[in-house]
Design a protein around this ligand. Structure first.
Ligand SMILES: *[C@@H]1O[C@H](CO)[C@@H](O)[C@H](O)[C@H]1NC(C)=O
Length: 226
């Protein structure tokens, strides 16, 4: 009976997850970058940041429908900081399935962004918007020194069609969670450990149960034979 409850619970959990969508990218943290005292300041970028001390962000992301100018919708930029060199991580973005959206996630090192005109232009534009909108709120603070840092570039485009013109002209912002997930021993996302343990318990449980059932069946048929 308990097992039935457990199976029901697992099923409900699966259903619940099925209603959210996920896009992710996996990367290995680079060697530390030295941030000069008087260099371009990351503080002034006003980006949200993710780090081992702050593994998730809940945001409302504006989207646009794909256009010739912006084939992948609107850009947003985040800092991934305090990473451990050579450690594998994944970054996920999760959103409700009732808000159909396409997301593209890319992780770049600082030099690559600064050396690629399209990227630095996009970062500068986003940073300027953020600075105007949110003056001093939630800005990431990076002191000079040596850190493993990456930029996360997210593009979000509306992915639905409706006859409602208001909605087609300005698709509503999408509620998202952006999650940084370190891999354990570089092979298994840390946040999946409870699920992994759960599946292992379930597997051992059903193995034991099948043993019991087998015994009962066996002794049952023996009695029958007798
Ligand atoms: C279109 O969508 C907007 C926003 O959800 C809503 O306020 C409006 O009533 C809708 N218009 C029609 C004609 O359904």
């Amino acid at each position: 009976m308990n097992l039935m409850l457990l199976a029901g619970f697992l099923f409900a959990t699966l259903l619940a997850t099925a209603e959210a969508n996920t896009e992710k990218t996996i990367f290995v943290a680079p060697p530390p970058t030295t941030i000069p005292d008087a260099g371009p300041s990351f503080d002034n970028l006003n980006l949200y940041s993710l780090s081992p001390d702050h593994l998730s962000l809940r945001l409302s992301l504006p989207v646009a429908f794909p256009s010739e100018e912006q084939p992948r919708g609107l850009d947003s930029w985040y800092l991934l900081q305090g990473l451990s060199e050579a450690q594998r991580y994944e970054v996920r973005i999760c959103w409700a399935a009732v808000q159909p959206t396409s997301f593209w996630l890319d992780v770049y090192d600082i030099t690559h962004v600064f050396d690629t005109p399209d990227l630095i232009t996009s970062l500068a534009a986003y940073s300027e918007d953020r600075t105007e909108q949110f003056a001093s709120e939630a800005a990431s603070r990076l002191s000079a020194g040596s850190r493993s840092i990456l930029f996360l570039h997210v593009r979000s485009a509306g992915d639905f069609f409706t006859t409602n013109k208001t909605l087609m002209q300005s698709p509503p912002a999408v509620g998202v969670d952006i999650i940084l997930d370190p891999y354990l021993a570089n092979i298994f996302p840390q946040s999946l450990v409870p699920t992994g343990a759960y599946i292992a318990v379930l597997a051992v449980g059903s193995w034991l149960l099948s043993g019991i059932i087998w015994k009962r069946l066996f002794s049952g048929s023996k009695q029958h034979v007798d």
